[in-house]
Design a protein around this ligand. Structure first.
Ligand code: GLN
Length: 470
């Protein structure tokens, strides 16, 4: 088996006409993982388990009793828990931790007979934009291993990019699915906030975090979202709207598509990405959609607002890692205070500590109003204004990122430059709206992929995906 499958439809077709069996497919992906070990995408591979499952599910397929995702081999970002399996959020502080339960998304994947092949490397606690913040070393971009794959879900992106599995799950707080999807040339989506249960996702910033898929096709994206979405009593922040029910059909009507002038004209935007975005808009126009230039004058406020609010939430969420309940405890823990201090000092990496300190600072009584309250107000404005635009236009188009995948080490000593990698992606997290990164058909001159972002109204994932498929 040498061929690369780009969708479950293709795989299921070959299985049903007898030219492929699931155990061979799993072996293929395992050999790919083995061959690409240098990319450091996987922290653990569930080899025996995946093989065993492939035999079980093949029998179900033969008997006609298999679930919707039979044939899908999928990887999980290391911050999504799976019962009786380790999860570390790529942090030393969770070394040796095994979960007692599975995330809701994992239960739903398994119930439809997906095969989980392993857990993927990421930035520690999902904080980063390059996957250089993992306690287990950086992930490399398969297209050019001297470059980053983006972050924080870099391992999940590279796993799909290098054909080590058909699809994967990541988490996105400010761009962590879409940015690596753009850097690796695949599809990645931040679903509407409240569409997917966060139960079993190790929390970074709870009012922003969503789990979402990486895929090589629009059809797989739709399928996985349909399976993992929907009300879950374990997550009180969920919308009561029910599951997504995405049906991919050609977009019938002419859509009103807006592009944000302030993004396209931003001085930090790589000219090749600008050109690609404008070309993409021309393609949409040629398909009968109308294109409108709009202004959104909050671009410079978005990353600071995002940073203040997410670090505040992180400082609270990460207080549970104290050496008492989960994972590692420092060998120098003598009493309660030294347990907390030493476990956290030794267990967390530099970026995580920086964010906990910043978040704690903005929540202190002296600075709360100046930073936290103000940022909440700005978030509200951004949300309201974004939804206002979406009353007039069906879809907003921006580049996903302002640069292509950068060199390893290029930004690692410059947190501000790294935070600006999220310039175009944080808007949807601040507003809670769905956003999809699609791979542009042409790569940049140096061969690196370019991503285009489509943002839409809450729960209009179907429209974004239908447009992407046209
Ligand atoms: N790069 C962003 C950050 O560092 C986004 C992270 C994410 O979406 N998890 O916060």
């Amino acid at each position: 088996m040498k061929k690369r499958f780009s969708s479950l439809i293709e795989i299921q077709k070959e299985i049903s006409n007898g030219s492929l069996i699931l155990p061979d497919l799993v072996d293929y992906y395992l050999s790919q993982i083995n061959m690409h070990q240098n990319l450091n995408a996987f922290l653990e591979v569930f080899e025996d388990e995946a093989r065993k499952k492939s035999i079980e599910i093949q029998s179900k397929l033969n008997a006609g009793t298999a679930g919707k995702l039979a044939g899908m081999v999928i990887a999980l970002k290391d911050n999504i828990v799976y019962k009786d399996h380790r999860s570390s959020a790529s942090s030393k502080i969770l070394e040796g931790f095994e979960s007692l339960f599975s995330a809701t998304v994992v239960e739903r994947l398994l119930a439809e007979d997906a095969i989980i092949i392993g857990r993927t490397n990421c930035d520690e606690f999902a904080m980063g934009a390059s996957n250089e913040n993992s306690a287990f070393g950086p992930v490399l971009n398969a297209q050019d291993p001297s470059r980053v794959p983006g972050g924080s879900s870099g391992g999940s992106a590279v796993a799909v990019q290098a054909d080590m599995c058909l699809a994967s799950l990541g988490s996105d707080t400010g761009g962590s699915i879409r940015q690596p999807a753009a850097f690796t040339g695949i599809y990645g989506m931040y679903p509407t906030y409240g569409a997917i249960s966060r139960w079993g996702l190790i929390a970074f910033a709870s009012s922003f975090d969503q789990i979402g898929p990486f895929t090589s096709s629009v059809s797989d994206m739709a399928l996985i979202l349909n399976v993992i979405s929907g009300v879950d009593d374990h997550d009180a922040s969920m919308s009561q709207n029910g599951s997504l029910n995405i049906q991919l059909e050609p977009t019938q009507k002419s859509l009103k598509i807006a592009y944000i002038k302030d993004c396209i004209e931003h001085e930090g935007l790589d000219p090749e990405i600008k050109k690609a975005t404008l070309q993409y808009l021309e393609v949409l126009k040629s398909k009968g959609h109308t294109i409108h230039e709009i202004s959104f004058p909050y671009l410079d406020q978005m990353v600071p607002t995002y940073q203040i609010l997410t670090t505040a939430e992180a400082s609270s969420n990460l207080s549970r890692f104290s050496g008492l309940t989960y994972g590692n405890r420092s060998a120098n823990a003598k009493d309660l205070e030294s347990t907390f201090k030493n476990t956290r000092s030794e267990g967390f990496g530099e970026e995580v500590k920086r964010r906990i300190m910043l978040g704690t600072f903005v929540l202190t009584s002296d600075f709360y109003d100046a930073y936290y309250t103000k940022a909440q107000k700005v978030r509200q404005i951004i949300r309201t204004e974004t939804l206002e635009i979406l009353k007039q236009y069906d879809i907003i188009v921006t580049p996903t990122t302002s640069t292509v995948a950068f060199k390893i080490g290029e930004k690692s000593n410059n947190p501000i430059a790294m935070y600006l990698a999220d310039l175009f992606t944080v808007q949807s997290n601040l507003a809670g709206i769905p956003a999809l990164s699609i791979p542009y058909t042409h790569h940049s001159e140096n061969g690196m992929p370019i991503g285009i972002q489509l943002m839409g109204r809450p729960f209009e994932e179907e429209l974004l995906l239908s447009l992407a498929q046209d």
